[in-house]
Design a protein around this ligand. Structure first.
Ligand SMILES: *Cc1c(COP(=O)(O)O)cnc(C)c1O
Length: 397
């Protein structure tokens, strides 16, 4: 890294890596060894996964939690348990990870994309109603970057049209909407514990809900169609084996215990960095403030890049220049899903079909993402981001 040249050919602003990820210590080591030595490696034998399900649900203001191998399967399991399937339409956002839409498609249902709000990157509740048809069954808002979607607006439309709300909270561990943790504000929520996420066991996911019947259906489908009071070879519904091994439950318990401190650290860092950006970097805009958001996981900080403030250089050139300056946890983020060949083909649409989702398309072209691990660092780390951006701006202006 040290022999890499910065944009002016000289020394990069930053030579040190940012805060490492994942974070772990002897607690994870001990938890893993305990599981190993217990000989209880599966969740049907041990207690770790079941304990974690309760702890995570409880932390997220929900009564029930069902762990599954990843966030994608958490979304799919919840949709199937809600009864979503072939012939149904599900409203969601195009500015998200592919799993939000692919999980809908894998149930046989059809995702219908509704544009996002500028400044929030989340689905615009005012645009949902016009996308509803007699086939619509559910809305899947995404709390992108950890910023809660406008749940008041979404729940109001859902109630009016009798639709389910499944929260894609795969980036929103600990996030709150008006004092309530996200995930079970709607009918159910899905979370991911994949290796880049703020709590991780390498992989993993969970569905949470306050609806007991729904939680039983999830439990049954994730355990080869068994029912809790039934016999071992009694299979009531068609399911899968979506159970987690105890190693993951054990690690996730430790990671969850560490989360509240990390949440505060990230909040403080993002507030500091946001103030610096607003004061010192014209042409980089942080998301809009919203006081209904009472906690934010800050899985990402999404900034809007305006070329005019950087001598008309492009967002992509800026990302390359920042990387050359040593700000490596920066990226361009998503291409909206209505442009993704996999989704277009699955929908049977021509690859070049025109669709009007202008805000999502703008976000795809103008966004800069900074990753959560940056925000576990120090004020000096935040200042190095500013220093690099200023140096690039000076060079290009
Ligand atoms: C990570 C993520 C998922 C999928 O989670 P996996 O555990 O990787 O399957 C779904 N939606 C969003 C918004 C995500 O960020």
């Amino acid at each position: 890294m040290t022999d890499k040249l910065a944009i002016d050919g000289g020394k990069p602003v930053r030579q040190q890596p940012f805060h490492p990820w994942p974070v772990f210590d002897q607690s994870e080591e001990k938890a893993l060894l305990d599981v190993l030595r217990s000989g209880k490696w599966g969740m049907l034998d041990g207690t770790r996964v079941t304990e974690f399900e309760k702890q995570f649900a409880n932390f997220h203001d929900a009564q029930y939690g069902i762990c599954v191998p990843n966030g994608t399967l958490a979304l799919q399991l919840a949709l199937i348990a809600l009864g979503v399937g072939p012939g149904d339409e599900v409203i969601t956002t195009p500015y998200t990870f592919i799993a939000t839409a692919s999980s809908i498609l894998q149930t046989g249902a059809c995702p219908v994309f509704v544009d996002i709000q500028p400044g929030s990157h989340n689905i615009d509740p005012d645009l949902i109603e016009s996308a509803i048809t007699p086939l619509t069954r559910a809305i899947v808002p995404v709390h992108l970057s950890g910023r809660p979607a406008d749940m008041d607006g979404i729940l109001a439309v859902a109630k009016k049209h009798n639709l389910f709300v499944l929260e894609d909270a795969c980036q929103a561990w600990g996030s709150e909407w008006r004092g309530k943790k996200v995930g079970a504000i709607g009918n159910a929520g899905a979370f991911s514990f994949q290796s880049s996420k703020n709590i991780t066991a390498g992989e993993g996911g969970i569905v949470i809900t306050n609806d007991e019947a729904l939680s039983e259906r999830c439990w049954s489908i994730h355990n080869v169609g068994r029912i809790r009071a039934g016999a071992w070879y009694q299979h009531e519904v068609l399911g899968w084996n979506l159970r987690l091994p105890e190693w993951e439950g054990a690690i996730l318990q430790v990671q969850l215990a560490r989360l509240p401190r990390q949440l505060l650290r990230r909040e403080e860092s993002v507030n500091y960095l946001t103030r610096l950006i607003q004061a010192e970097i014209p042409g980089l805009t942080p998301p809009l403030a919203d006081d209904r958001i009472t906690a934010h996981s800050h899985h990402l900080l999404i900034l809007n890049f305006q070329p005019a403030a950087f001598g008309d250089h492009s967002r992509n050139e800026f990302v390359d220049a920042m990387s050359a300056e040593g700000i490596t946890p920066i990226s361009k983020g998503y291409t909206p899903l209505h442009k993704a060949p996999a989704i277009r083909r699955a929908l049977g649409e021509p690859l070049n079909a025109r669709q009007s989702l202008p805000v999502a398309e703008h976000a795809g072209q103008a966004s800069l993402w900074l990753n959560q691990n940056v925000f576990l660092g120090t004020h000096e780390d935040m200042e190095s981001v500013i220093e690099a951006a200023k140096k690039i701006q000076r060079t290009w202006d």
